[in-house]
Design a protein around this ligand. Structure first.
Ligand SMILES: [Zn+2]
Length: 280
Protein backbone atom coordinates (compact mmCIF):
# COMPACT_ATOMS: atom_id res chain seq x y z
CA UNK A 1 0.00 0.00 0.00
CA UNK A 2 1.36 3.34 -0.95
CA UNK A 3 1.03 6.43 1.10
CA UNK A 4 -0.27 9.89 0.59
CA UNK A 5 3.03 11.35 -0.38
CA UNK A 6 3.27 14.38 -2.57
CA UNK A 7 3.59 13.02 -6.08
CA UNK A 8 5.01 15.09 -8.91
CA UNK A 9 2.18 17.07 -10.31
CA UNK A 10 0.05 17.06 -7.20
CA UNK A 11 0.52 20.78 -6.67
CA UNK A 12 -0.62 21.33 -10.23
CA UNK A 13 -3.67 19.22 -9.57
CA UNK A 14 -4.46 21.15 -6.44
CA UNK A 15 -4.14 24.42 -8.32
CA UNK A 16 -6.47 23.12 -11.00
CA UNK A 17 -9.10 22.00 -8.56
CA UNK A 18 -8.77 25.21 -6.60
CA UNK A 19 -9.42 27.15 -9.78
CA UNK A 20 -12.71 25.42 -10.43
CA UNK A 21 -14.47 27.64 -7.96
CA UNK A 22 -15.39 27.59 -4.34
CA UNK A 23 -17.82 25.27 -2.75
CA UNK A 24 -21.38 26.13 -2.08
CA UNK A 25 -22.90 25.98 1.34
CA UNK A 26 -20.67 24.39 3.93
CA UNK A 27 -22.79 21.74 5.50
CA UNK A 28 -20.27 20.31 7.89
CA UNK A 29 -20.74 20.71 11.57
CA UNK A 30 -18.82 19.38 14.48
CA UNK A 31 -20.21 16.45 16.35
CA UNK A 32 -22.27 17.23 19.40
CA UNK A 33 -20.34 18.75 22.28
CA UNK A 34 -20.83 15.72 24.46
CA UNK A 35 -18.87 13.68 21.97
CA UNK A 36 -21.60 11.09 21.56
CA UNK A 37 -20.57 8.78 18.72
CA UNK A 38 -22.61 9.27 15.59
CA UNK A 39 -24.77 6.22 14.95
CA UNK A 40 -26.75 6.43 11.75
CA UNK A 41 -30.19 4.86 12.14
CA UNK A 42 -29.33 2.35 9.43
CA UNK A 43 -26.58 0.94 11.62
CA UNK A 44 -28.98 0.27 14.43
CA UNK A 45 -31.41 -1.47 12.14
CA UNK A 46 -28.96 -3.59 10.23
CA UNK A 47 -26.44 -4.17 12.97
CA UNK A 48 -22.83 -4.68 12.04
CA UNK A 49 -22.95 -8.34 11.16
CA UNK A 50 -22.46 -8.97 7.49
CA UNK A 51 -24.08 -7.61 4.38
CA UNK A 52 -27.60 -6.33 4.72
CA UNK A 53 -30.21 -8.55 3.05
CA UNK A 54 -31.01 -5.84 0.53
CA UNK A 55 -27.38 -5.71 -0.55
CA UNK A 56 -26.97 -9.35 -1.36
CA UNK A 57 -27.53 -10.04 -5.00
CA UNK A 58 -27.78 -6.38 -5.90
CA UNK A 59 -25.93 -5.33 -9.04
CA UNK A 60 -22.60 -3.64 -8.32
CA UNK A 61 -23.82 -0.34 -9.66
CA UNK A 62 -27.13 -0.33 -7.84
CA UNK A 63 -26.30 2.78 -5.93
CA UNK A 64 -25.87 4.79 -9.09
CA UNK A 65 -29.28 3.77 -10.38
CA UNK A 66 -32.03 6.36 -9.91
CA UNK A 67 -34.43 5.35 -7.19
CA UNK A 68 -37.91 4.44 -8.34
CA UNK A 69 -41.10 3.44 -6.56
CA UNK A 70 -41.89 4.07 -2.96
CA UNK A 71 -38.89 2.39 -1.42
CA UNK A 72 -36.92 4.74 0.81
CA UNK A 73 -33.56 5.64 -0.68
CA UNK A 74 -30.66 3.60 0.69
CA UNK A 75 -28.51 6.70 0.51
CA UNK A 76 -28.96 10.26 -0.55
CA UNK A 77 -26.63 11.97 -2.94
CA UNK A 78 -24.54 14.78 -1.56
CA UNK A 79 -26.64 17.91 -1.90
CA UNK A 80 -25.77 20.11 -4.85
CA UNK A 81 -23.77 22.01 -5.80
CA UNK A 82 -21.09 19.37 -6.18
CA UNK A 83 -17.96 20.55 -4.45
CA UNK A 84 -14.91 21.42 -6.50
CA UNK A 85 -12.57 21.44 -3.52
CA UNK A 86 -12.39 19.05 -0.60
CA UNK A 87 -13.06 20.06 2.95
CA UNK A 88 -9.72 20.56 4.66
CA UNK A 89 -10.85 21.45 8.14
CA UNK A 90 -13.90 21.75 10.30
CA UNK A 91 -15.58 25.09 10.68
CA UNK A 92 -14.10 26.61 13.80
CA UNK A 93 -16.82 25.30 16.03
CA UNK A 94 -15.48 25.34 19.50
CA UNK A 95 -12.03 24.02 20.26
CA UNK A 96 -12.36 20.85 18.18
CA UNK A 97 -9.96 18.88 16.01
CA UNK A 98 -10.26 15.79 13.82
CA UNK A 99 -7.83 12.86 13.76
CA UNK A 100 -7.86 10.73 10.61
CA UNK A 101 -6.14 7.47 9.71
CA UNK A 102 -5.71 6.28 6.13
CA UNK A 103 -5.00 3.11 4.14
CA UNK A 104 -6.24 0.52 6.64
CA UNK A 105 -7.50 -1.51 8.20
CA UNK A 106 -4.29 -3.29 9.11
CA UNK A 107 -4.33 -6.27 11.51
CA UNK A 108 -1.18 -5.14 13.30
CA UNK A 109 -1.66 -1.38 13.73
CA UNK A 110 -5.38 -0.63 13.50
CA UNK A 111 -6.18 -2.44 16.79
CA UNK A 112 -3.45 -0.42 18.51
CA UNK A 113 -4.85 2.85 17.20
CA UNK A 114 -8.33 1.80 18.27
CA UNK A 115 -7.06 0.96 21.75
CA UNK A 116 -5.51 4.41 22.22
CA UNK A 117 -8.65 6.16 21.00
CA UNK A 118 -10.77 3.98 23.28
CA UNK A 119 -8.55 4.74 26.24
CA UNK A 120 -9.25 8.44 25.78
CA UNK A 121 -12.87 7.96 24.69
CA UNK A 122 -12.56 9.90 21.44
CA UNK A 123 -13.80 9.27 17.93
CA UNK A 124 -11.77 9.60 14.72
CA UNK A 125 -12.12 9.11 10.96
CA UNK A 126 -10.73 6.01 9.23
CA UNK A 127 -10.43 6.20 5.46
CA UNK A 128 -10.34 2.57 4.39
CA UNK A 129 -9.13 0.99 1.17
CA UNK A 130 -11.75 -1.42 -0.11
CA UNK A 131 -9.31 -4.26 -0.66
CA UNK A 132 -7.98 -3.92 2.88
CA UNK A 133 -11.51 -3.75 4.27
CA UNK A 134 -12.47 -6.85 2.34
CA UNK A 135 -9.43 -8.71 3.73
CA UNK A 136 -9.98 -7.59 7.32
CA UNK A 137 -13.72 -7.51 7.80
CA UNK A 138 -13.69 -7.88 11.56
CA UNK A 139 -11.55 -4.77 11.83
CA UNK A 140 -14.03 -2.75 9.80
CA UNK A 141 -16.76 -3.83 12.19
CA UNK A 142 -14.53 -3.02 15.17
CA UNK A 143 -13.90 0.50 13.86
CA UNK A 144 -17.61 1.11 13.34
CA UNK A 145 -18.56 -0.52 16.65
CA UNK A 146 -16.30 1.94 18.48
CA UNK A 147 -18.28 4.79 16.90
CA UNK A 148 -15.60 6.00 14.52
CA UNK A 149 -16.42 7.39 11.10
CA UNK A 150 -15.62 4.97 8.29
CA UNK A 151 -14.67 6.76 5.07
CA UNK A 152 -13.88 5.61 1.54
CA UNK A 153 -10.24 5.81 0.37
CA UNK A 154 -10.74 3.95 -2.97
CA UNK A 155 -10.34 0.23 -3.53
CA UNK A 156 -6.66 -0.19 -4.38
CA UNK A 157 -5.21 3.27 -3.70
CA UNK A 158 -4.63 4.36 -7.33
CA UNK A 159 -3.83 7.82 -8.56
CA UNK A 160 -7.44 8.66 -9.33
CA UNK A 161 -6.53 11.36 -11.81
CA UNK A 162 -5.05 8.68 -14.09
CA UNK A 163 -8.29 6.69 -14.17
CA UNK A 164 -11.16 6.80 -16.60
CA UNK A 165 -14.49 7.98 -15.24
CA UNK A 166 -15.62 4.36 -15.17
CA UNK A 167 -12.48 3.47 -13.27
CA UNK A 168 -13.16 6.13 -10.64
CA UNK A 169 -16.72 4.88 -10.28
CA UNK A 170 -15.48 1.33 -9.83
CA UNK A 171 -12.85 2.28 -7.24
CA UNK A 172 -15.25 4.35 -5.13
CA UNK A 173 -18.39 2.29 -5.72
CA UNK A 174 -16.89 -1.08 -4.80
CA UNK A 175 -15.39 0.34 -1.65
CA UNK A 176 -18.66 1.94 -0.55
CA UNK A 177 -20.43 -1.37 -1.10
CA UNK A 178 -18.00 -3.30 1.07
CA UNK A 179 -18.23 -0.70 3.82
CA UNK A 180 -22.01 -0.66 3.70
CA UNK A 181 -22.11 -4.45 3.73
CA UNK A 182 -19.97 -4.59 6.86
CA UNK A 183 -21.23 -1.59 8.83
CA UNK A 184 -24.82 -1.35 7.65
CA UNK A 185 -24.44 2.16 6.34
CA UNK A 186 -22.66 3.57 3.30
CA UNK A 187 -19.80 6.00 3.88
CA UNK A 188 -20.60 9.69 3.57
CA UNK A 189 -16.98 10.85 3.31
CA UNK A 190 -14.19 9.94 0.95
CA UNK A 191 -10.56 10.93 0.60
CA UNK A 192 -8.61 10.72 -2.64
CA UNK A 193 -5.37 8.73 -2.44
CA UNK A 194 -2.38 11.10 -2.49
CA UNK A 195 -4.85 13.96 -2.08
CA UNK A 196 -5.16 13.96 -5.87
CA UNK A 197 -8.68 15.18 -6.52
CA UNK A 198 -10.37 15.79 -9.83
CA UNK A 199 -13.76 16.68 -11.17
CA UNK A 200 -14.72 13.06 -11.86
CA UNK A 201 -14.08 12.04 -8.28
CA UNK A 202 -16.00 15.02 -6.89
CA UNK A 203 -18.96 14.25 -9.13
CA UNK A 204 -18.96 10.48 -8.65
CA UNK A 205 -18.37 10.88 -4.94
CA UNK A 206 -21.44 13.14 -4.77
CA UNK A 207 -23.49 10.61 -6.75
CA UNK A 208 -22.51 8.01 -4.17
CA UNK A 209 -23.58 10.29 -1.34
CA UNK A 210 -20.07 11.24 -0.21
CA UNK A 211 -18.34 14.54 0.43
CA UNK A 212 -14.58 14.94 -0.05
CA UNK A 213 -12.44 15.34 3.04
CA UNK A 214 -8.78 16.33 2.85
CA UNK A 215 -6.61 17.44 5.77
CA UNK A 216 -4.85 20.48 7.14
CA UNK A 217 -2.05 18.84 9.15
CA UNK A 218 0.09 16.25 7.35
CA UNK A 219 2.17 14.30 9.85
CA UNK A 220 4.13 12.66 6.98
CA UNK A 221 4.21 9.66 9.29
CA UNK A 222 4.63 7.32 6.29
CA UNK A 223 8.20 8.59 5.93
CA UNK A 224 8.89 7.17 9.40
CA UNK A 225 10.49 10.38 10.65
CA UNK A 226 10.40 9.26 14.29
CA UNK A 227 7.63 9.64 16.83
CA UNK A 228 9.15 12.90 18.14
CA UNK A 229 8.80 14.51 14.73
CA UNK A 230 5.24 13.28 14.27
CA UNK A 231 4.29 14.65 17.70
CA UNK A 232 5.93 17.99 16.87
CA UNK A 233 4.03 18.28 13.59
CA UNK A 234 0.73 17.69 15.34
CA UNK A 235 1.60 20.23 18.05
CA UNK A 236 2.56 22.82 15.45
CA UNK A 237 -0.58 22.21 13.40
CA UNK A 238 -3.01 22.07 16.31
CA UNK A 239 -5.77 24.63 15.87
CA UNK A 240 -9.55 24.78 16.08
CA UNK A 241 -10.96 22.90 13.10
CA UNK A 242 -7.68 21.22 12.14
CA UNK A 243 -7.79 17.80 10.45
CA UNK A 244 -4.72 15.63 11.13
CA UNK A 245 -3.61 13.00 8.60
CA UNK A 246 -1.88 9.83 9.81
CA UNK A 247 -1.76 6.23 8.60
CA UNK A 248 -2.62 2.97 10.33
CA UNK A 249 -1.46 0.79 7.42
CA UNK A 250 0.84 0.65 4.44
CA UNK A 251 4.10 -0.06 6.25
CA UNK A 252 5.63 0.03 9.71
CA UNK A 253 3.28 2.33 11.61
CA UNK A 254 4.72 1.80 15.08
CA UNK A 255 5.91 5.42 15.10
CA UNK A 256 2.42 6.62 14.21
CA UNK A 257 0.96 4.66 17.13
CA UNK A 258 3.68 5.79 19.56
CA UNK A 259 3.13 9.40 18.54
CA UNK A 260 -0.64 9.12 18.94
CA UNK A 261 -0.15 7.86 22.50
CA UNK A 262 1.67 11.10 23.24
CA UNK A 263 -0.11 13.82 21.26
CA UNK A 264 -3.68 12.71 21.94
CA UNK A 265 -3.56 13.27 25.72
CA UNK A 266 -1.61 16.48 25.09
CA UNK A 267 -4.35 17.83 22.82
CA UNK A 268 -7.00 16.90 25.36
CA UNK A 269 -4.99 18.54 28.14
CA UNK A 270 -4.86 21.71 26.04
CA UNK A 271 -8.63 21.74 25.86
CA UNK A 272 -9.11 20.35 22.38
CA UNK A 273 -12.15 18.23 21.81
CA UNK A 274 -11.37 15.41 19.38
CA UNK A 275 -14.37 14.83 17.21
CA UNK A 276 -15.64 13.78 13.79
CA UNK A 277 -17.55 15.96 11.35
CA UNK A 278 -21.25 15.45 10.89
CA UNK A 279 -23.25 16.18 7.79
CA UNK A 280 -26.69 17.65 7.90
ZN1 LIG B 1 -3.69 6.76 1.35
Amino acid sequence: MKNDQMLPGRRTLLRLTAGLGTAGVVRVIAADPAGTPFRPPALDRAGAAGPSPALRGAPPSYRLTPMTGDAPPRFRPAAPPVRTRPFEHLPEVGHAMVLSFDDGPDPHYTPRVLAVLREHDVRAMFFLCGEMADDHRDLVRAIADDGHTVGNHSWAHPLVTKLSRAGVRDELGRTSEVIEGLTGTPPVWYRAPYGAWNRDSFEIGAELGMEPMAWSVDTLDWTEPGADTIVRRVRQGAAPGAVVLSHDAGGDRSQSVAALRRYLPELLDHGYRITVPQRR
